[in-house]
Design a protein around this ligand. Structure first.
Ligand code: ZN
Length: 284
């Protein structure tokens, strides 16, 4: 597949892939189990972190986020339609890596979306991120709280459906304009979708200007971008407002930055195609 040099690339290395897929399948199939072996709930979501390195954009080459290993948040609050990691646990892992694996840094998150059947996931486009009160807001918050000094993070969603019958299905790109952003495949009884997003730093100054009185005003057509910073509003006249509705001066906010969620990325998982395609071919 041709590579578009403008888009942020997320590259998932071979050693990450088993963790991504098996933790999603485990939470789906086995969920919670009590000490006497009784299953409490299955089809749960799971959550983990991606570790690796990020290469900044430079002439002719896009920013690249490379994940080389991953960890699972065992303490996360896992539900059927949500998962919430403990922030202190995320920070602890970051410190652990900084101490013992300083060559690797936090490059992103992953979590799973379990669905009952094919109809349900297709009807809900369940391989996609949930909205501002779900994944999009969560990712921005994680970027802001855990590593605000980083310009990029990757976020992977692994969606799972279990079928009654086994059928291995050749990995292929998602359909339509999502093609570059993910894959779908069949592995045994499971249908799996893997889709990537990134959060990227943006500067408020790109969306506002200073008026003659020194007040901050949103540029023409940029109200949504300003409001996406969460802590700002925009008045009918275009003034940038704080959370109490007061007009802010340009000098107060010109250095503000935040994170936006970018779906227009390229996700590359070379081993997914190699290993699963070989299996379909009967070579493994
Ligand atoms: Zn989600």
């Amino acid at each position: 597949m041709a590579i578009d040099n403008q888009k942020t690339q997320i590259i998932i290395e071979d050693h990450v892939v088993p963790q991504l897929l098996t933790s999603a399948i485990e939470a789906y199939q086995h969920g919670d189990v009590t000490s006497i072996g009784t299953r409490l709930r299955n089809k749960l979501e799971t959550y983990g972190l991606l570790w690796g390195y990020t290469l900044p954009a430079r002439a002719g080459v896009p920013a690249r986020i490379v994940a080389v290993t991953s960890t699972v948040e065992v303490s996360a609050d896992r539900q059927r339609d949500s998962v919430d990691p403990i922030r202190a646990s995320l920070k602890q892992k970051r410190e652990f890596f900084e101490t013992y694996w300083p060559n690797l840094e936090l490059v992103g998150t992953f979590h799973s979306h379990p669905y009952k059947d094919l109809d349900e996931i297709k009807k809900n486009q369940g391989w996609r991120a949930s909205g501002e009160d779900g994944d999009l807001g969560h990712w921005r918050g994680i970027h802001d709280e855990i590593c605000p000094e980083y310009s990029h993070l990757a976020h992977i969603i692994v969606s799972v459906v279990c079928l009654d019958r086994k059928s291995t299905k050749w990995p292929e790109r998602l359909g339509g304009n999502e093609a570059f952003t993910g894959y779908k495949l069949g592995a045994g009884n499971y249908r799996i979708w893997v889709k990537g997003y990134s959060t990227e730093r943006e500067e408020l100054a790109d969306y506002i200007h200073e008026d003659e009185d020194g007040d901050a005003k949103a540029n023409e057509g940029c109200n949504d971008e300003v409001e996406a910073f969460d802590r700002f509003g925009v008045s009918e006249e275009g003034y940038v407002l704080d959370s109490d509705g007061n007009i802010l001066s340009y000098s107060d906010v010109e250095d503000e930055s935040g994170f936006y969620v970018n779906e227009d990325i390229e996700l590359h998982i070379p081993s997914l195609e190699n290993r699963f395609s070989e299996h379909v071919n009967g070579r493994i």
